[in-house]
Design a protein around this ligand. Structure first.
Ligand SMILES: Cc1ncc(COP(=O)(O)O)c(C=O)c1O
Length: 361
């Protein structure tokens, strides 16, 4: 992008492009790892009632610290991981992207290390906040390599090290034992290990929140956008030592989380059993879709998330992506040569994707 000379845009921002997953109409939208199941009518009504109550008070600022919501998030994490967190260990924001931004604002003074390919917004938010980003290596099949990761931490001495598990865009999960070892190496260098668990509910791995009792330098990021099917509401959070949460309060904007968002998310957490019921169907559908792709002669990376990265087609990734879109199926070209990523959708959308692919291969 070229910028006019009169615009005093920071020079380090000038070469960047905005985050750009195409938002184009399609019959099957399988490109941004959303959950295909809309909220039930009962949940829609419960959210509407809660919002209705809040609207009478919209002349007032929201609860700045979102105490009720954070208590509910702590309860949810404790239920799943047999931990004992309370609101002092939770920080919530408008999506986990805002959580990531706040982490950079608070701690992004030195180098940040991540293991590419991974979530593309980690380096983008690093750059936007003026933090130096270093790419660490993975195995050639994209799986996490603990030895390479340890070496990279020892070489670069990062203030922040990011691990995404299950990883996006590959879908594979990092073993908790590897995270545990890396956390010690990171801690010995005086850094923080950030574990982005946006897709944790789709995985069998034990959450890294279980490491926090012994390792205050581990921060776990979670979101309600994926398993909770709540992407439109924008609610992400972190689980961490209380000092990390104190630091979040230094960098957050006052009243960053609207009373409408807080109310909607509180209701969704109260309905967590219903919302999370879709996870099991999506995991089953993921395995079926992986089988169907293999039957078409394609290969998939083993996924513990709600998407699949696949390869083995002869067209280029951008060509196949465009041909699928012509057939009404929007998936994601994540910029990895020879690979495309597809989000697990409902039965009809998955079938539409497979049918379109069958015609194109
Ligand atoms: C690994 C990872 N982290 C964070 C996010 C951001 O999610 P949100 O801002 O919707 O919470 C995503 C979204 O796709 C993701 O894949």
């Amino acid at each position: 992008m070229s910028w006019p000379t009169w615009l005093p845009l920071r020079t380090d921002l000038q070469p960047l492009s905005p985050y750009g997953a195409p938002q184009v109409p399609a019959q099957a939208t399988l490109n941004t790892n959303e959950n295909p199941y809309p909220p039930s009518l009962a949940l829609q009504n419960a959210i509407t009632d809660a919002i209705q109550k809040v609207t009478s008070n919209l002349n007032r600022y929201p609860d700045r610290d979102a105490d009720v919501l954070r208590a509910k998030l702590a309860k949810y994490i404790n239920e799943g991981s047999e931990t004992n967190f309370d609101i002092k260990n939770i920080w919530a924001a408008n999506g986990s992207n805002e959580i990531i931004q706040s982490i950079f604002l608070a701690f992004g003074s030195g180098v940040t290390l991540g293991f590419t390919p991974s979530y593309s917004m980690h380096p983008i938010i690093a750059k936007v906040t003026g933090t130096k980003w270093v790419d660490g290596a993975r195995n050639s099949d994209f799986s996490f390599n603990l030895d390479l990761a340890v070496q990279a931490v020892q070489t670069h001495k990062p203030t922040l090290t990011f691990i995404t598990t299950p990883n996006n865009p590959t879908g594979d999960a990092v073993a908790l034992s590897d995270i545990n070892i890396l956390a010690d190496v990171v801690g010995n260098q005086g850094g923080l290990l950030i574990v982005d668990e946006a897709y944790a509910e789709f995985s069998q791995e034990i959450s890294a929140v279980t490491l926090l009792a012994d390792k205050p330098h581990v921060i776990v990021i979670r979101t309600m956008s994926k398993a909770f099917a709540f992407a439109g509401a924008r609610l992400g959070y972190l689980v961490a030592d209380s000092h990390v949460v104190d630091a979040m309060m230094l960098v957050r904007l006052p009243y960053h989380l609207s009373s409408l968002t807080q109310a909607a998310a509180e209701v969704a957490l109260d309905h967590r059993r219903e919302l999370l019921a879709g996870v099991t169907s999506l995991v089953t559908a993921r395995e079926q879709l992986a089988d169907s792709l293999q039957q078409l002669g394609l290969r998939t990376v083993r996924s513990s998330a709600n998407f699949l990265l696949f390869t083995g087609f002869s067209a280029s990734a951008p060509q196949l992506w465009a041909s699928l879109l012509e057939k009404g199926v929007l998936i994601r070209d994540v910029g990895l040569s020879g690979y495309l990523r597809v989000t697990i959708g409902n039965e009809a959308d998955n079938q539409r994707f497979i049918d379109a692919l069958e015609q194109l291969l």
